[in-house]
Each structure stands twice: as C-alpha cells, then as structure tokens.
Design a protein around this ligand. Structure first.
Ligand SMILES: NC(=O)c1ccc[n+]([C@@H]2O[C@H](COP(=O)([O-])OP(=O)(O)OC[C@H]3O[C@@H](n4cnc5c(N)ncnc54)[C@H](OP(=O)(O)O)[C@@H]3O)[C@@H](O)[C@H]2O)c1
Length: 264
C-alpha cells in the first residue's frame, strides 16, 4: 500500500514503539491518528510532527466502544489500524491481583479484537484496508513472569491468524508483528522482575535474543504495510520460533483453503 495520504490509526502512540511507528508513517506521507491516555504527550507529538491526537483509555470498554466510528466521522475513512497499545504484567503469577489480570487482558487482547471488529466492516465495504496487530515472541515461547502477558500475546497472534483466514479472498489484509525485546519503558519495567531479567540475560548470552531499537521495529511495521506483508518477526535470529509455531496454521490453511490462501 502506498502510504501517501492514507489515514492510519496507531494505538499506544504516545511513546515507545507506537510513537516511533507514528513518526515513521508520517514521514512516509500518511496522516496518523495517535491514541493513548497521556493527552499532554500526544499534544506535544501533534506539535512536533503532525500527529492527530485522540485521548482514550483502551482498558475501558466504554471508551473502546464507538472509537473507530468517531475517528471515521471526525477525521476520515481509516486505511490502516495498528493495534499497538499494550502493557506488561511481569510478576510471579500468584502475586497478580484480579484487577491487574483484567486490565492486561482488556488492553492487550480485548481492545485490539474489538477495534478490529469495529474497523473491518467499513474496510470491507470500501474494498481495502489493513489491520496490524503488535504481538510478541512471548506469545509463542514461555518466559518467567510472563504467564498472563504471554497468554494475551499468544491470543493476539492466533486472533490475527483467524482474522486473516476469515478475510481470505478480500482486499482487507492483516499483519502480525512478533517482536523480541525493544528498548522502551516496557523493557525497563519488565526487567525489574529478577526471574525475567535472568531469563533475558541467558537468552542474550545464548545469542538467541538481542535488543531492537523502537525505530527499527517501527520501520519494519511501515515496510510491512507498504509491501503487503502478513508477518514481521524481529530480531531475525529469534524468528524461527514464531515460524515453527505458525506451521500448524499454515498446514490447516493448505488443507481447508488451498495453496493460494494459505499464506496467512
Ligand atoms: N518493548 C518490548 O520489549 C516489546 C516486545 C514485544 C512486543 N511489544 C509490544 O509492543 C507494544 C508497544 O510496547 P512498548 O514497548 O512501546 O510499550 P510502552 O513504551 O510501555 O508504551 C505503551 C504505549 O501504550 C499506551 N497505553 C498503555 N496503556 C494504555 C491504555 N490503557 N489506553 C491507551 N493506551 C495505553 C501508552 O500510552 P499512555 O500511557 O499515554 O496511555 C504507550 O503509548 C505493546 O503491545 C507491547 O506488548 C513490546
């Protein structure tokens, strides 16, 4: 998709990967609506590079309801939705509160599914669109401290595969982004949990993982939209685990749909 003049909604655009993605998309000529809670930060980015700010708390189903419709009425038809907003909940699972479990599931899994549901109908009616879901390699490998976080990301990855299957034969496409560690506030926070930090150190020492910069992840997301790619898996050295996890989905698609539709 040529991004020039396209309208893209990026959730979690106030910092980290979402901010870098919004910036990269604006540089590529897109208009970007950035969704997050921090109004002052969004206003700063609006002044800096033209982000269109949209304040919303995506943990709150009432704020998620109707969000896509109101952006389409006020700004225009959405060409691309990037579901990026997310939170970690890095802790021993038995220390988690019911509120924190509900919050992470609401933000990381329910919100992207619901926003996809709201946008997919209008995209199908217009005959084009792309839904990009920012998942994690933690969705296919177990990491200490990540029981709930990993479950939400496994759910988002599998949701994206299911959505791609439903959309086969249409001009509405999906991209599943499975990332390793990216140097954002989230990475600092999750390494405060000692068992998670130890696991990361071992994976770095084994050469399986390396840190990505937010702009590297952002540019890969931008290029996937431009080049119609169904998957972004970074760092490349860790991509094999996600590719292997994809095999049952590919085989099932081959059997149920045939070779031409099996790529999702
Ligand atoms: N960093 C990593 O190592 C890593 C690795 C793999 C995948 N990911 C995924 O990449 C995505 C972005 O992560 P990041 O590292 O950039 O995180 P981050 O630096 O912590 O930024 C999170 C973003 O989500 C927004 N957000 C948080 N809670 C929200 C809420 N209730 N409603 C609306 N927006 C909310 C934040 O904005 P406000 O606080 O202003 O609301 C912020 O813009 C997440 O889905 C994460 O799971 C990250």
């Amino acid at each position: 998709m040529d991004l020039s003049g396209r309208l893209v909604v990026v959730t979690g655009a106030s910092r980290g990967i979402g901010e870098a993605t919004a910036r990269s998309l604006v540089e590529a000529g897109a208009r970007v609506v950035g969704v997050a809670r921090d109004a002052a930060r969004l206003e700063g980015l609006a002044a800096e590079f033209g982000l269109v700010p949209r304040v919303a708390d995506l943990q709150d189903p009432l704020e998620v309801a109707g969000l896509i419709g109101s952006v389409e009425r006020e700004v225009g038809p959405i060409d691309v939705l990037v579901n990026n907003a997310g939170m970690e909940a890095t802790e021993a699972f038995w220390e988690a509160t019911a509120e924190r479990v509900a919050a992470i599931v609401a933000l990381n899994l329910l919100a992207p599914i619901e926003l996809s549901r709201q946008v997919v109908g209008p995209m199908l009616a217009r005959g084009s669109g792309r839904i990009v879901n920012v998942s994690s390699l933690a969705g296919c490998v177990p990491v200490p401290g990540f029981a709930t976080y990993g479950a939400t990301k496994a759910g988002l990855t599998h949701f994206t595969a299911g959505l791609a299957r439903d959309l086969a034969g249409t001009n509405v496409r999906t991209t599943c982004v499975e990332l390793g560690p990216v140097t954002t506030d989230m990475l600092v926070s999750l390494k405060r949990h000692a068992p998670t930090d130890r696991a990361y150190r071992r994976l770095y020492r084994a050469g399986v993982l390396c840190d990505l910069r937010p702009d590297t992840a952002a540019d890969a997301i931008r290029d996937a939209i431009r080049r119609d790619r169904a998957h972004v898996r970074l760092p490349r050295r860790a991509a094999l685990s996600a590719q292997i996890a994809q095999i049952p989905r590919l085989v099932t698609n081959l059997i149920t749909a045939g070779v031409h539709e099996a790529g999702g």
